[in-house]
Design a protein around this ligand. Structure first.
Ligand SMILES: [Zn+2]
Ligand SMILES: [Zn+2]
Length: 322
């Protein structure tokens, strides 16, 4: 797949070419020269319209992005405005974002493994609704937190409920890939370790529609020591053995406020937490993470916002390997 090239700041020539309705395809573009096969981006807001997510990503010179598909407070979604959906698709194609590099994030309200029947039912309805929305937006991946037993059913029972929710959603929607996220192990969430993720996948009928998004903060909080020398490689080896690298569709790039094994879901800016910068250097030079979306969900403090963190990450690429 050819890497996308995008200018950090658009030149006057580009702007006037656009005004004159010319295509920008032939314009030379500056880009993260060493970005190569790595696709770094961030979770962006949809509050001013879903198509604005694309603009936000372009403004920070991201090459991939994540977004919510609606309010995080409501179980129901207003019907998707066809004009907004068209605009989103147009913006994606104009800026050459492939759907493999866009990772919608599921609603935090959902618990597809809930022991409470009413919550389980509402979650299953919302999962189907969100997957249909992905299709209408031209998206092919959908990332969500597997679920939680709330301590009142066993992990196995929760895993079974999650798999049933996914099978049901697959049956009712076209070919969007459901991407499970590894959890920090906070509370009674399921999917914190690789065997649990695999046990969900094993119970899904159409495994060609399954994927995993590895969150670095969650992995570290769950005891995968990315801060150790060779920690990134060791985690990926373990993932390959226990789940299978073919399922790896994305990474959430977050440093961790909490210490190794703390089980806390507390994201920190890149290089400012307990994972530390050398793990992110290893990530940027890890060929098994080529061509998949690597998405920031960090606090992005003033002066070290997403654009700066993206810049920093690209600067960690070993130029000799490019
Ligand atoms: Zn998440
Ligand atoms: Zn998190």
């Amino acid at each position: 797949m050819a890497p996308k090239r995008r200018a950090t700041r658009r030149t006057k020539t580009e702007e006037s070419a656009e005004e004159e309705g010319e295509t920008l395809e032939k314009q030379p573009r500056r880009s993260h020269a060493s970005g190569g096969s790595k696709y770094i981006g961030a979770h962006v807001s949809i509050k001013d319209g879903i198509w604005k997510a694309v603009d936000s990503c372009v403004a920070m010179d991201g090459r991939c992005f994540a977004l919510f598909l609606g309010s995080q407070r409501s179980w129901t979604r207003p019907a998707l405005d066809p004009a907004a959906a068209d605009k989103f698709r147009e913006q994606c194609s104009r800026h050459r974002f492939d759907s493999a590099h866009i990772l919608p994030h599921g609603s935090y309200l959902m618990n597809c493994g809930s022991p409470k029947e009413d919550v389980l039912e509402k979650s299953r309805v919302l999962l189907v609704e969100e997957l249909s929305r992905c299709s209408r937006l031209g998206l092919s991946l959908y990332n969500f937190h597997p679920g939680s037993s709330l301590g009142s059913i066993s992990t196995e029972q929760c895993v079974q409920r999650i798999a049933t929710s996914i099978n049901n959603a697959h049956q009712k929607t076209p070919a969007v890939v459901t991407v499970l996220e590894n959890m920090s192990g906070q509370g009674s969430t399921v999917g914190g370790n690789f065997p649990e993720l695999k046990s969900i996948i094993d119970k899904v009928r159409d495994q060609s529609r399954m994927g995993v998004c590895l969150d670095t903060c969650h992995a570290f909080a769950n005891g995968y020591d990315l801060s150790a020398e060779g920690g990134v490689k060791a985690m990926l080896n373990e993932f390959d053995q226990e789940v299978g690298l073919q399922y790896l569709k994305a990474v959430h790039l977050n440093d961790s406020k909490g210490k190794l094994g703390c089980n806390l879901d507390r994201h920190e800016d890149i290089g400012k937490g307990h994972i530390g910068i050398s793990a992110f250097r290893d990530i940027m030079n890890e060929p098994r993470l080529d061509h998949i979306p690597l998405i920031l969900e960090t606090p992005g403090r003033p002066g070290f916002e997403y654009a700066e963190q993206i810049e920093l990450l690209y600067s960690l690429c070993d130029k000799k390997k490019m």
